[in-house]
Design a protein around this ligand. Structure first.
Ligand SMILES: NC(=O)c1ccc[n+]([C@@H]2O[C@H](COP(=O)([O-])OP(=O)(O)OC[C@H]3O[C@@H](n4cnc5c(N)ncnc54)[C@H](O)[C@@H]3O)[C@@H](O)[C@H]2O)c1
Length: 394
């Protein structure tokens, strides 16, 4: 087999920003045959179908009908987080390998159900946390795990988007739905990236979480205000007692030097690591202002090919699917793909715990919610029971 026959479920902003290039203009496009698409939104479904030549009869409102009517090898589920589980499980049960953009799902229950479906169907599930392919983070992971810095003690991460990402008054809108920033939080959209990156580097399980939310900027937007958090600071405690604080938000002025202003510092018993994520080295000054360009993430090359870790992260998952279909995926790589870390389980636990922390929190100052301390093992047992907690190493 040289190409995977792929069905796409959901073609909103992540497809517009990233995946259209993966499917049609990347080094991975030659192994992907995009056969059909399902999305109930007529405008987005037809944009995708018309732009990329998907025949009208291969455009579906209902993904179940699409899976039933087409011979496919893989599916990609680009729906909102709370709608990841049902289409993923349907695709796995139909015998397909599945790519899901981060986070695996909005809850541990959904994440667990997806993992169980992958195990039962013996198909592969790949979660596209694109930072996993950022060369700086990969190097940090290898160096930390080689013991260069000793034991992880404390860490600070931040990831702050320009306001235009969350602002429904901005034209064009970043997200397909005007209420995206009300239905989602900086935790589900941004914290999960940093949490997954840190867990990959230090290879430790999280045990407790507490979040503090700030809602000053978003509620003041006009004419459409947003009932949501500008910024959330999440403190995660790990099994060895180490702590990480992850600050994420989407309220930086649109004049910021990058769409996402982000960085990280990891302090350990024998050294530390600084990862300057938003200064990748291409600094430009032109009549519109001064910017940091991040060609490491998504790079529009002169010949029309789009490269960068935003593309290679899902691309490499598809390469593994193809290798597996051809009987060429090494057993250790395959085993690794089924681990809870690789399947984003611990990050889903932090996500649900941080959201719960805020829900149970109290207002301590205007626009400030101080969240409750959440014991993640207790949350896990409540949601999945004792046996499942053991399955995930607790
Ligand atoms: N936007 C980004 O830059 C970005 C980056 C990384 C990951 N993600 C993740 O990608 C996923 C999608 O986010 P988005 O930003 O594209 O959201 P979005 O709201 O812009 O798009 C979601 C799309 O899914 C469609 N959809 C909803 N229910 C469906 C169903 N039952 N069947 C088929 N399609 C359905 C919607 O009509 C819409 O077109 C989320 O998990 C998000 O966290 C987004």
């Amino acid at each position: 087999m040289e190409k995977l026959r792929v069905g796409i479920v959901g073609v909103g902003s992540v497809v517009r920003e990233i995946y259209q290039y993966l499917y049609f203009r990347s080094d991975y496009s030659s192994i992907l045959d995009i056969k059909c698409v399902a999305d109930p939104n007529d405008q987005f479904r037809n944009w995708f179908g018309d732009t990329f030549g998907i025949p009208k009869e291969k455009r579906y409102v209902d993904y179940a009908k699409m899976f039933a009517e087409n011979e496919l090898d893989a599916a990609q589920i680009n729906t909102p987080d709370h709608i990841h589980a049902a289409p993923t499980i349907a695709a796995l049960e139909a015998g397909l390998d599945v790519v899901v953009p981060k986070p695996t799902a909005a809850t541990v229950k959904d994440t667990h159900a997806m993992i169980q479906a992958a195990i039962k169907s013996k198909r592969l599930l790949g979660i596209d946390f694109h930072k996993r392919e950022d060369p700086r983070l990969k190097e940090a992971e290898a160096r930390y795990q080689a013991g260069h810095y000793g034991q992880f003690q404390a860490s600070t991460w931040y990831m702050l988007d320009k306001l235009l990402v969350a602002d429904p008054n901005h034209n064009p809108r970043f997200f397909a739905s005007p209420d995206f920033a009300e239905k989602n939080t900086p935790i589900s959209f941004l914290t999960v990236h940093m949490c997954d990156a840190l867990i990959k580097i230090v290879n430790l399980k999280p045990v407790a979480v507490q979040a503090t939310g700030f809602a000053h900027k978003l509620p003041s937007l006009k004419p459409i205000p947003v009932k949501g958090y500008d910024l959330v600071s999440t403190e995660v405690t790990f099994e060895n007692g180490a702590v990480a604080t992850i600050h994420t938000g989407w309220h930086l002025p649109n004049t910021a030097h990058a769409t996402t202003v982000q960085s990280a510092r990891i302090i350990c018993s024998d050294g530390m690591l600084d990862i300057n994520l938003d200064t990748p080295g291409l600094h430009e000054i032109h009549p519109d202002g001064i910017f940091e360009v991040n060609p490491l993430f998504r790079n529009f090359e002169k010949d029309g090919v789009v490269t960068g870790y935003g593309i290679s992260s899902p691309g490499r998952i598809y390469q593994r699917f193809l290798a597996n279909r051809n009987g060429k995926l090494p057993e250790d790589v395959k085993r690794e793909m089924y681990t809870p870390t690789e399947l984003g389980f611990y990050t889903s636990l932090v996500l649900e715990g941080a959201e719960l922390s805020l829900k149970k929190g109290t207002q301590t100052a205007p626009g400030v919610t101080k969240g409750k301390d959440i014991d993640l093992l207790q949350l896990l047992k409540e949601q999945l029971g004792e046996d499942a907690a053991k399955q995930y190493g607790y």
